[in-house]
Design a protein around this ligand. Structure first.
Ligand code: BMA
Length: 363
């Protein structure tokens, strides 16, 4: 009897200990939050949401009349659950990013969205460190090699990483708590339009690039980053091809892809379905979160695309979110009350499984 009692007490102590254990980092807490939210549906996201919109340009300065504006808010009466921002230009020490948004505003809006209960994600379109041109300069296939240890641009790239780290370290609430961020560098790497793309660097170089940045930022104490790996819509994933450049289970928490419809609707649906079949299974087998890390139909020539084409595919998979790319006059992917697609976006908003800020802020 005594023995049984002792075993019972010991078991209870172990269970209590296990259930009491709090997640260690902001990133781990965010991961838990995303896992819990996934049971309710998927979050609606929008890139650069608070800076400018389809009909309101020139808001980059943050004049008081513009603060708080958002095309999503003005279309449905709520902010997106997720906001995305881009660090392109931070590496140069620029005051504004590649889309002319001051980093001070990115800093403030990112923290503001976190404080109102939203989730935030950061991408990075750094300049080509070898040529000095944009992220899209793929003219020289020695660029990744040149920034790895021993390469001609390594010292320079180290200063770029310092600038990224400095910005990321500044993302804190007033009481000094770091803001958790879904961080997804080196994206769309199965395409060859960025200098870190498929045909511009070898598999080994890509891994070197990923690990160099991740190890540096982690070494700097940035444990608020939830690392996301997001190649581009592919249509032909095989385990072997995906694994080739996948950074590894110990390096990635969320997998997803950037999926735009550039061609026919039928092709898009077919490719996205095939990819999410593959990625969904991979995520499940490996305990990873799944998302559409970017998506959209440029300038919405089909005003019912979200509910008719995108949503039925998304509904079949346990994605955490979909991030529509940015809205500006020449190129928009999100809604606006001024556009026919605004009505369709409202339907998306009303669906029970799409999550906007009010539905996630206390969860
Ligand atoms: C691309 C386009 C560009 C933009 C870049 C980074 O998809 O929207 O105009 O500069 O993203 O935001």
């Amino acid at each position: 009897m005594k023995n049984i009692l002792a075993i019972a007490v010991a078991t209870l102590a172990v269970v209590a200990c296990a259930t009491k254990q709090e997640p260690q980092t902001q990133a781990q807490q965010l991961e838990q939050r995303l896992v819990a939210l996934q049971a309710k549906g998927y979050m609606a996201g929008h890139q650069d949401d608070p800076f400018y919109g389809v009909t309101w340009a020139g808001t980059y300065s943050g004049d008081s009349a513009e603060l708080g504006r958002s095309d999503v808010l003005e279309t449905v009466g709520d902010y997106p659950a997720l906001m995305g921002f881009d660090l392109g230009g931070i590496e140069m020490g620029d005051a504004k990013n590649l889309d002319s948004v001051p980093f001070t505003r990115i800093h403030d809006e990112l923290i503001a969205h976190h404080q109102r209960g939203g989730v935030v994600t950061l991408s990075w379109h750094p300049r080509n460190p070898l040529t000095g041109d944009t992220a899209w300069d793929v003219s020289d296939s020695t660029v990744v090699k040149s920034i790895l240890p021993g390469g001609s641009q390594h010292e320079k790239f180290k200063t770029w990483m310092v600038r990224v780290a400095t910005f990321l370290k500044s993302l804190k609430t007033d009481d000094g708590t770091p803001v958790p961020v879904i961080f997804r560098p080196w994206h769309e790497n199965n395409g060859s339009w960025f200098w870190w793309g498929q045909n511009i660097c070898t598999t080994e170089e890509y891994h070197g690039l990923w690990n160099m940045l991740q190890d540096y930022l982690t070494g700097e104490g940035l444990d608020n980053l939830l690392w996301s790996y997001s190649p581009n819509l592919d249509g032909n994933w095989t385990q072997e091809r995906f694994m080739e450049r996948y950074p590894g289970n110990d390096r990635v928490t969320l997998i997803g892809e950037d999926a735009y419809q550039w061609g026919s609707e039928a092709d898009f649906v077919k490719q996205l379905t095939a990819d999410l079949d593959f990625l969904g299974k991979f995520a499940k087998d490996n305990g990873k979160l799944l998302a559409l890390t970017e998506c959209g139909l440029k300038n919405m020539p089909d005003s019912t695309w979200w509910t008719r084409v995108l949503k039925p595919v998304m509904d079949k998979y346990p994605i955490s979110y979909f991030l529509l790319w940015r809205n500006y006059k020449e190129e928009y992917f999100g809604p606006s009350p001024a556009l026919p697609c605004g009505a369709d976006y409202k339907k998306l908003y009303e669906a029970p499984n799409t999550l906007f800020l009010k539905e996630i802020k206390d969860k």
